[in-house]
Ligand binder design. Structure first.
Ligand code: PLP
Length: 409
């Protein structure tokens, strides 16, 4: 069986984890701080905080900004449910909007959805392709859009406009015109979950990049406290001689990254640009070449010369032209029958029973459904061999021809 995306766990990682275990410091400490610094250097943003997941990072920023009951947050219908769940946790209302043919959030749809209650927009860099941040950044700064904004916390007053919180779970290493994901807008959140491009088993990071007079160092310190019980000193600071006394300044969360996981992240980040991204790109090229000759295949966008966008090659979302959802499912079954693992990214959030019960309906997001019903994600991972990639292509071709009853010549 060709798996979908197993993590790259080799001797280098094992050695670094063992070194951490033996170092005497296993929770948040020197390795986490080093990982944060290296991520900041890589992404070119202002300050980075590592946490135990991207979901935690997204929620922490919504809480920091004071998002609460009565507020609205705009996000694409085409995302993983975590993007929406964190909005529910805060008691606010998720306002889903439709996407473009590249799976990313539609700007005209956002514009229509903005109301005086809108506090945050959460674009999702689907599959690793960054959203149109230049246009998004300009949109929230337009005088008539700013005039609609109702600030109700000190942070909201200081910003004076809608915050952009990028769900960059897929897009570490992606770029627009030479600027990396993390430095493209106000705040971006990466995921290091087991299936992501760079994995620490579980983990995430908040890339702070606020301007408008914000002190990102100061926000980092606040977020450290908020993510660790509301305690004014972390475990490492408390070990310093005589420094045992601490205070709780708010009812904080428990979201910190451990040094064991940061050790994995440090090894992976070191070889991310030199090994991980080039190999993923090669796999995309093999798929594009093998599938591009079929009229039924709609290949994913991985680069856009016009906008300077380059994907992080996280997902290879193949679309099959002119099929319905049942045919897609049937094609997937035939691919699995040939021992190849494929997936669908994503089942749109409005199709989930919890969100349906809240009154959301996929019928309100026709483009999202259009994409979803024809999408199949192919395996992409560092150790996928060229031979295996060719087997994947063959299994897709066989399955499509079987289901669509193409004549073999
Ligand atoms: C994986 C993922 C998340 C959640 O990441 P975790 O680190 O598992 O919390 C959020 N959004 C998207 C789009 C994802 O794919």
């Amino acid at each position: 069986m060709i798996p979908f995306s197993p993590p790259r766990m080799d001797q280098l990682i094992i050695d670094e984890v063992v070194a951490t275990l033996k170092s005497g410091w296993i929770t948040t400490g020197p390795r986490t701080k080093l990982f944060e610094k290296k991520l900041t250097d890589y992404c070119g943003n202002k300050k980075t905080l590592c946490l135990n997941s991207a979901t935690a990072g997204l929620e922490l920023i919504l809480r920091w900004f004071g998002v609460q009951e009565g507020d609205e947050v705009i996000l694409p219908a085409y995302t993983y449910s975590a993007t929406a769940n964190v909005i529910m946790h805060c008691g606010a209302k998720p306002v889903f909007v439709d996407v473009n043919s590249d799976f990313n959030i539609s700007l005209p749809a956002i514009e229509k959805a903005i109301t005086p209650k809108t506090k945050v927009i959460m674009p999702v860099d689907f599959g690793g392709l960054p959203c149109d941040y230049e246009k998004l950044n300009a949109l929230v700064r337009r005088p008539e859009i700013k005039a609609l904004f109702n600030a109700s916390t000190a942070e909201q007053t200081q910003l004076g406009r809608i915050l952009i919180l990028a769900d960059a779970a897929h897009s570490l290493g992606a770029e627009i015109a030479g600027k990396k994901s993390g430095s493209l807008t106000d705040v971006s959140v990466f995921s290091f979950h087991a299936v992501k491009n760079l994995s620490t088993a579980e983990g995430g990071a908040i890339a702070l990049n606020l301007s408008d007079g914000f002190d990102n160092e100061e926000i980092y310190t606040k977020l450290c406290i908020k993510s660790l019980h509301g305690q004014n000193k972390d475990a490492l600071a408390k070990t310093q001689k005589g420094n045992w006394k601490y205070d709780i300044v708010e009812a904080g969360y428990k979201m910190n990254m451990t040094d064991i996981l940061a050790a994995i992240g440090l090894v992976e980040l070191d070889r991310y640009e030199g090994e991980t991204l080039p190999r993923r790109r090669e796999i995309f090229d093999i798929y594009n070449q093998g599938l591009g000759k079929y009229a039924w295949a709609e290949l994913p966008m991985m680069e856009n010369l016009e906008t300077g966008k380059i994907s992080s090659y996280h997902l290879y979302p193949l679309k099959i032209k002119n099929i319905n959802e049942e045919q897609r499912d049937e094609i997937m079954k035939h691919i699995f029958d040939q021992d190849v693992s494929v997936n669908v990214h994503f089942i749109p959030v409005p199709m989930m029973s919890y969100y349906k019960k809240l009154g959301y309906s996929i019928h309100d997001y026709p483009e999202t459904y259009q994409q979803y019903s024809r999408e199949i994600s192919l395996p992409v991972f560092f150790d996928l061999s060229t031979l295996q990639a060719e087997k994947v292509i063959q299994s897709v071709v066989d399955a499509v021809e079987k289901v669509l009853n193409f004549q073999k010549n």
